[in-house]
Each structure stands twice: as structure tokens, then as C-alpha cells.
Design a protein around this ligand. Structure first.
Ligand code: C5P
Length: 235
């Protein structure tokens, strides 16, 4: 069967500061979304990319895809997104044609993921894992806190998970299509990644090595880093 990539790109990007929806902001003159689309289409295994656009921005996103050079061998679809990332991914899944059996879900906000990482995720799904996430060890120690007893008071620390066993997870996350669709039909509640929905089904989720260039562009400093990575690639 085919492998498709769903790119949720409907977020406002509030943490990045005021401006256009995050996915449409430029990195070295090219919208972040176009970088992300090219990163998925760079994999020879990916034959379809579904972009989930801001609800009122589907036409604009279609026009963007038409005006930027993209691989001939890849099909592209644009669908409008929803209020939450989860809802946006669901609309992307709903647009997949028959014959697609592996689905990647990739944040538009991770425009620089290398193709080797994309291929490693696909390979692990092909090898039988229902869900695969690229992940990196943490540099920082992580603390679990409780809400402060009253506003303005410091938050008490309640636990320090063993850092060596923690991973920061990235995208693209790869899935057996039927498993991800079932997760979206079954799991409710707020989630911050797609694999956690599959975990809630009790299905096996595994990690493959992530890449430092697959970081998420979230805050203004991330834009500086992303443009530096692009400059280094061109050097
Ligand atoms: O907000 P967060 O950083 O988790 O967003 C991750 C990705 O999800 C971004 O690419 C963003 O555009 C997308 N998103 C979406 N629909 C929403 C909210 C976020 O497609 N309603």
C-alpha cells in the first residue's frame, strides 16, 4: 500500500508572537509549511501529502503549494483544519483515499526534519510497529510540579523522573492507518501527540532515533535557529 503524510498546519502560532498563522511564516523567504511539505515529499516512500490548513486559509495554502516547486511524483491535498490539533489531524485522516496503509503525522512547525528520520519512521512501521515516534534524550532534567497553593506562590516540586529514561518526541510520527483511525474514533480528552492516543488503546508504540534538526519552531528564538540550520545546509 501507499504511505501518506498528514501535516497539521492550522495552528495560530501564538507563542511565536503576532503575525500570520505559524505555518505560513517564512524561513529564509520560504513559508515554513513549504519546507515541511518538501521534507515529507523528500522520502521516496511518501506518495501523498495532505496539508491541514487554517479553517479560513485553505485557498491560500492551495495557492502556496501551486507556486512552489514540489516533486512530480507526489500528490497533494489541502483540507481545512479544526479548533484543536487533534481535530485537524482527524480531518486530514478523513481525506485519505483507499490504498493508503501507512500514515505519517508531521507538524508544519518542524520544517527541517531530515529525510533519513522520515525514512526510519516509515521503516519501523513497515517492520510491524503500529505506532512509531522519533525521539531524543533530554538535555535538561525534568521536574513534575503541582499547582501553587495560591496565585503568586511558587509551584512545589513533587517528582523528578529518571532523566535517562525520558525522551523528547518529535514528528513525523508513523502509524498503521487502521490503528490511528481507531484511536481517533475511540480516544477522547486532550492529547499533545498522536502516539499517546494509540498508547491509550493499549497498542505498542516504539521510538526510533530523532534528529536535532527536527526541533519544533515554537518561540522567536527557534526562528533564529531554523534560519541558521538552513544557512549551514547551503554552505
Ligand atoms: O500548538 P502546537 O505547537 O502543538 O502545534 C503543532 C502543530 O499542530 C502545528 O503545525 C500547528 O499548525 C498544528 N495545529 C493544527 N490545528 C490546530 C492547532 C495546531 O493543525 N487547531
Amino acid at each position: 500500500g501507499r504511505t501518506a503524510a498528514v501535516i497539521p498546519a492550522a495552528g495560530r502560532g501564538v507563542r511565536l508572537g503576532p503575525g500570520a498563522p505559524k505555518a505560513l511564516r517564512a524561513l529564509n523567504g520560504t513559508p515554513m509549511l513549504i519546507h515541511a511539505v518538501r521534507a515529507m515529499a523528500a522520502s521516496r516512500a511518501v506518495s501523498l501529502v495532505v496539508v491541514v490548513a487554517p479553517p479560513d486559509g485553505a485557498a491560500e495554502v492551495k495557492a502556496l503549494l501551486d507556486t512552489h516547486a514540489l516533486p512530480e511524483r507526489t500528490d497533494f491535498l489541502v483540507v481545512p483544519g479544526g479548533d484543536s490539533r487533534q481535530e485537524s489531524v482527524k480531518y486530514g485522516l478523513d481525506a485519505l483515499p483507499p490504498g493508503v496503509d501507512i500514515v505519517l503525522v508531521h507538524d508544519a512547525a518542524r520544517p527541517l526534519v531530515p529525510v533519513d528520520t522520515v525514512d526510519a519512521v516509515i521503516e519501523a512501521v513497515r517492520d510491524g510497529a503500529p505506532a512509531v515516534v522519533p525521539a531524543l534524550p533530554l538535555a535538561d532534567t525534568v521536574k513534575q510540579v503541582e499547582p501553587a497553593s495560591e496565585p503568586g506562590m511558587p509551584e512545589p516540586v513533587v517528582a523528578t523522573p529518571e532523566r535517562a529514561r525520558l525522551r523528547a518526541v518529535q514528528t513525523p510520527q508513523g502509524f498503521d492507518r487502521a490503528t490511528l483511525v481507531r484511536a481517533h474514533e475511540t480516544v477522547t480528552g486532550n492529547v499533545t501527540d498522536d502516539a499517546s492516543m494509540v498508547e491509550q488503546l493499549g497498542e505498542r508504540v516504539v521510538v526510533v532515533p530523532g534528529h536535532e534538526e527536527a526541533f519544533k519552531v515554537t518561540r522567536p528564538l527557534d526562528l533564529v535557529l531554523a534560519e541558521a540550520v538552513l544557512a549551514r545546509r547551503r554552505a
